[in-house]
Design a protein around this ligand. Structure first.
Ligand SMILES: Cc1cc2nc3c(=O)[nH]c(=O)nc-3n(C[C@H](O)[C@H](O)[C@H](O)COP(=O)(O)OP(=O)(O)OC[C@H]3O[C@@H](n4cnc5c(N)ncnc54)[C@H](O)[C@@H]3O)c2cc1C
Length: 392
């Protein structure tokens, strides 16, 4: 049991998630790795059902809509445990778009969001394009109003979970009218004519979820599919970024914890030159640095979650989400690299947890804004608000 102060309810949530991860998910890791990220359908369904029964599925959504209504701190505790398992097995604990209930229409809530909370529907995000990654404002996708409809065009890449989703959030710029050139976001059902898969490239990690390239060609959606108003599109994306950056940090802490536990256990039993390798100072220092950095990242992650629960100013949250994601993702990458080293040749084998995490945590320095972009955000906020406001 940890020592960080939390309520009995928080501790119970943390412990039941940990048990679920240890007893139900981790045992499937090597199978998933050896089968392109897949596990048998019954096992996947059992995981989904368990996530629902444990109250973890849609933990971030309001209780009155069928979600868990967890505090941000509780969500971080869950995500941290989920981060301890590889191959996206933890994605059975799905977190639908928390920004949505406050901004979508009653019809959109009923048609897309509530069924997503209950697990009947599944979303994906189609924002990034070949020419627009870090620079989201460079997107070329367009939305043209035509009577009571919009006509959408554009090709999106890295669309995560396109293979499991049945609708997309599609980000475009308005063509013509008073909001020409401004961003807008749309609900687009995958089976709408004109939406088609270009290809599903292979990525470093072994996940069952694809990251697709998807073309939207003259896709006609009802005008009521727009989220909010013309010009609002980027606000939702930023809200989603903030949330995901914090959850990435939490998952990175979980990954680091698992790696340190496993590498320490290995170092205690692996004998070379007549001694367990943990007796060698070079090994000790790798583990000591890893543990120290994990503690720092975890404290940042927990404190940020508590700040959000306390209602800290959203601009301050924005900077703190960037600092936390930057530090925790870079920390997890250093820890994974050291863990591979501690395991030696075994650490280079796909059946080894360090090898899998070494590939998996790499993307945490890239998605939801690269480390360089996080630094840009932090420096911008520092110049505008000063040290005291951001870390005081
Ligand atoms: C596995 C995976 C899943 C993803 N899932 C989704 C998804 O579901 N939906 C979606 O829309 N997108 C998704 N993305 C896209 C992701 O958000 C982008 O990859 C990310 O924002 C970086 O954009 P980019 O890859 O185009 O890199 P680029 O923007 O081309 O950056 C290339 C390099 O230049 C650096 N750079 C760029 N601008 C600056 C600057 N101003 N200052 C300093 N350095 C800079 C970057 O840090 C990076 O090192 C996913 C990506 C991956 C890898």
């Amino acid at each position: 049991m940890g020592t960080y102060p939390m309520s009995d309810e928080d501790r119970a949530i943390q412990e039941r998630t940990r048990r679920f991860v240890d007893e139900e998910l981790i045992p499937w890791e090597t199978h998933a790795e050896e089968h392109g990220g897949e596990i048998p359908g019954e096992a996947r369904e059992a995981h989904r059902r368990a996530a629902v029964e444990l109250g973890l599925y849609a933990m971030n959504m309001p209780k009155e809509l069928g979600g868990g209504g967890f505090s941000m701190f509780q969500q971080v505790l869950v995500s941290e445990q989920i981060g301890r398992v590889t191959n996206a097995l933890g994605w059975c604990v799905h977190t639908p778009p928390a920004w949505a209930p406050g901004v979508v229409s009653a019809e959109q809530l009923e048609r897309w969001i509530v069924p997503t909370i209950s697990g009947e529907r599944h979303e994906c995000y189609a924002i990034t394009e070949a020419g627009a990654g870090s620079d989201v404002d460079a997107i070329e996708a367009t939305a043209r109003r035509d009577g009571d409809a919009y006509v959408l065009n554009g090709t999106k890449m890295h669309v995560t979970s396109y293979n499991t989703a049945d609708y997309c959030f599609f980000q475009a710029k308005i063509e013509g009218g008073p909001h020409a050139g401004e961003h807008a976001m749309f609900f687009v059902d995958k089976d709408t004519p004109g939406v088609h898969l270009v290809r599903e490239p292979a990525y470093s990690h072994t996940y069952p979820d694809s990251h697709a390239i998807v073309a939207f060609e003259d896709v006609r959606v009802a005008a009521s599919n727009i989220v909010g108003e013309e010009g609002d599109g980027l606000d939702f994306t930023y809200a989603w970024f903030r949330y995901e950056r914090l959850m990435i940090a939490a998952r990175c802490c979980g990954a680091a914890e698992r790696l340190i536990e496993e590498a320490t256990a290995f170092a205690k039993q692996r004998v070379q030159f007549g001694e367990p390798i943990i007796a060698f100072q070079a090994i000790q220092h790798m583990l000591a640095d890893s543990l120290t950095e994990l503690w720092a990242a975890r404290l940042m992650t927990y404190e940020l979650a508590r700040n959000i629960d306390r209602g800290v100013d959203v601009k301050v949250q924005h900077a703190q989400c960037s600092m936390t994601k930057l530090f925790a993702s870079e920390m997890a990458n250093r820890v994974a690299d050291r863990a591979v080293q501690v395991f030696g040749g075994r650490g280079y084998m796909r059946e080894n947890v360090a090898e899998r995490f070494f590939r998996e945590v790499r993307v945490d320095r890239i998605w939801e804004g690269t480390s360089e972009i996080q630094r840009n955000i932090i420096a911008d906020q520092l110049a505008k608000r000063g040290v005291e406001v951001l870390v005081g």
